[in-house]
Design a protein around this ligand. Structure first.
Ligand code: AHR
Length: 664
């Protein structure tokens, strides 16, 4: 086992000093290197899981509805408990009319509420939708409107309008519903301006009465141009991470605060109108961040999750409820003698994902347009469970699944903390049960991540493998609203990831959490990617993840750092990339001064003198990106001179650097 020298970090210096030193660094001659990084390039060690660095998606912070799922209308089917949430009556002073929420003879019994608009025709009368805290529209782009209408009296002239945050009309089309029953009507709108705060209005222009339901607006430019699909810019940010796997759909939403509010995958496939709306547990979880308009439409359901994984080349890792509601909430338990339906959901999911089209659930998949299997090989049993109640439920799942699907690797939970009684208990029990993979979670301060880069050096090589399924450095405190995705957090995560990389025989997978946050509707910070209705902001933590997934390598190379001063830590790890033959060296220098280093590539006689470098750094450790200023901390690529396998190199202050070195 290669060891890295890592010492406790010094406290941050004053920003002014940091900036001064950072600026001065560029002009200083590099001091002689007392510190050495030695890489045994001819002794490749543990093989690295090709799917090691992945993503964890949860519908938190408006991550799905109001985020990845590109639907722009909130409460499109009037199915929220407050049927009019998100909607506003439009009734100018000259208008005479009425709006009534009804349930009698809906177009779909699974979607029973709708609105009846009756207008005297004296002025446009109707309603408008605010979207998910404002709709984002782009000048000239096409937006697909659809709704169900049923004329009740007269021949309604209905105007569909998009208008901006300032009230300016951006585009409108007219629809004239006819006949006597419900029908779906569609139209395309092209806003004449870009606006992040737009609204959609449905107005009756004449004397008539009409029923309205399932009002929808999507950009045409969705990911892969799929109608009713996902936000292209957000999926692109995921695709650019080249994630090895995607864990979904949570997180705590899998568990639910009570079992009736748990995530049930079978309710999320098939016609979107039939997918019952469910309150999102993040709607009411944090009293300091209430989000009363947060519901799950399941427009992004399990079929779409599998499709997304396939699109971005990520192995699917669904997580299912194991008969336990969130233990931070009710902790409600499904009695053991009633657990079978939960286990059956898991068995059916495996068939849905992988079964032949001749099987009942494989046929459902084929009917949704995907006869080929999704090749699911990983399945999470419960989210962040702990205690004996979890163990007995996990055992029951494992017995049933392993008996008929030994090809499925099960991911078991180890509780919410990386080192407490719940964690120790889980590990001892799961080790005895020969669990495949154990999911560890950690939200802590940057210091914890720096201090724990050696965490896996002493793990049992023959026990269950580790999945670091949720982790993120918190700049102020766990669930503090003041947390930011600072460079310091990102560097601490990078140092910790180097420890995971060096122990790739034990740590097989890892993912940051949470993934997405809407700037106007978040509950939890920090998050990997921030979005508003038009923009996507990649954080320093995002770039750290990307550095690892794009420079994964195939085998760990034993690497040591020697000659460090007690208070000047430096973190390093190296891997071999067999396709290119390159040695990939990753180094975190968290200190405010440059770190000259003597590099030794043992077992290499010559290297190509030009190495590629990518570096994330900034003079401000507390710096972070925002949607308005997304480039405060971004990586810079360059080509650097490394003349021989034994040479000097200086790592910039407060930086994470990846060097790709090619032996000749
Ligand atoms: O990532 C946010 C939450 O943190 C997840 O839902 C849960 O698993 C953990 O407690």
């Amino acid at each position: 086992m290669n060891r890295i020298l890592a010492f406790p970090r010094k406290r941050n210096m004053a920003l002014a000093v940091l900036l001064l030193l950072g600026a001065a660094w560029a002009n200083l001659p590099a001091p002689a290197a007392d510190v050495a990084i030695s890489i045994q390039a001819n002794s490749p060690g543990a093989s690295i899981n090709p799917a090691m660095w992945g993503v964890f998606f949860e519908d938190i912070n408006f991550g799905a509805d109001g985020g990845l799922y590109a639907e722009m209308v909130k409460n499109r089917g009037f199915e929220f408990p407050d049927s009019m949430m998100g909607w506003t009556l439009i009734s100018p002073s000259l208008a005479h009319g009425s709006l009534e929420v009804r349930t009698n003879a809906p177009f779909d019994p699974n979607n029973s509420h709708y609105v009846r608009l009756q207008s005297q025709g004296t002025a446009p009368f109707g309603l408008s939708n605010e979207g998910f805290r404002g709709m984002g529209v782009r000048k000239g782009a096409a937006y697909d409107f659809s709704a169900r209408f049923r004329p009740v009296s007269g021949v309604p002239d209905v105007s569909i309008q998009i208008y901006g945050g300032d009230g300016a009309l951006l585009d409108s089309v007219k629809i004239t519903p006819t006949g006597t029953g419900w029908q779906k009507y569609t139209a395309v709108l092209h806003p004449n301006d870009t606006d992040g705060d737009a609204r959609l209005a449905v107005l009756v222009l004449n004397r008539a009465s009409v029923d309205v339901d399932f009002v929808s607006l999507f950009p045409e430019d969705t990911w892969k141009h799929r109608p009713g699909g996902l936000r292209a810019d957000m999926v692109q940010a995921l695709a650019d991470l080249h994630p090895g796997f995607m864990r979904f759909p949570g997180g705590c939403i899998v568990e639910g605060s009570v079992l009736t509010r748990r995530y049930q995958w079978k309710n999320t496939i098939g016609p979107i109108e039939d997918r019952h709306v469910l309150i999102n547990r993040w709607n009411y979880e944090f009293l300091h961040r209430p989000t009363p308009d947060y519901f799950q439409s399941f427009g992004l359901g399990f079929f779409e999750y599998f499709q997304l994984c396939e699109d971005i080349g990520a192995q699917p890792l669904p997580v299912l409820n194991c008969g336990m509601a969130c233990q931070f909430n009710s902790g409600e338990l499904c009695p053991m003698d009633q657990l079978q339906p939960y286990v059956q959901d898991a068995m059916d999911l495996i068939e849905f994902a992988n079964g032949p089209v001749t099987s009942p659930w494989g046929a459902r998949r084929a009917a949704l347009g995907h006869p080929q299997p999704f090749n699911m090989r990983l399945l999470g049993v419960g989210n962040e469970q702990w205690g004996p109640q979890y163990m007995e439920r996990y055992e029951k799942f494992a017995a049933a699944i392993k008996a008929s699907h030994p090809e499925i690797q099960l991911v078991a939970a180890a509780g919410p903390e990386p080192a407490d009684q719940r964690f120790t208990y889980a590990w001892s029990k799961l080790r005895a049960l020969h669990a495949d993979i154990i999911d560890e979670h950690c939200y802590s301060n940057p210091q914890w991540f720096f201090d724990n880069t050696g965490r896996y050096d002493h793990y049992d090589r023959n026990g269950p493998k580790v999945f670091m399924g949720e982790y993120a450095a918190q700049s102020v405190g766990v669930v503090s609203v003041k947390n930011h995705n600072t460079l310091e957090c990102a560097l601490s995560e990078a140092a910790y990831m180097l420890g995971m990389e060096r122990n790739a025989d034990v740590v097989r997978m890892a993912s940051y959490a949470p993934l997405f946050a809407n700037t106007k509707a978040w509950q939890w910070t920090p998050d990997l990617i921030w979005v508003d209705s038009l923009r996507v902001c990649r954080t320093p933590d995002y770039y750290v993840q990307q550095f690892f997934s794009c420079n994964r390598g195939d085998n760990v190379l034993p690497t040591s750092v020697t000659g460090l001063e007690q208070l000047d830590p430096l973190y390093a790890s190296a891997v071999k990339d067999s396709a290119s033959g390159e040695i990939i060296l990753k180094v975190v220098n968290p200190e405010s001064k440059p770190q000259p280093v003597h590099l030794h590539l043992d077992g290499v006689s010559r290297i190509q003198p030009q190495a590629s470098e990518i570096c994330l750094s900034s003079g401000d450790l507390q710096g972070y990106n925002t949607v308005d200023h997304p480039r405060a901390v971004v990586p810079i690529s360059s080509v650097v001179n490394l003349p021989t396998p034994q040479c000097d190199f200086t790592f910039p202050p407060q930086s994470f650097t990846v060097l790709r070195i090619k032996p000749e």
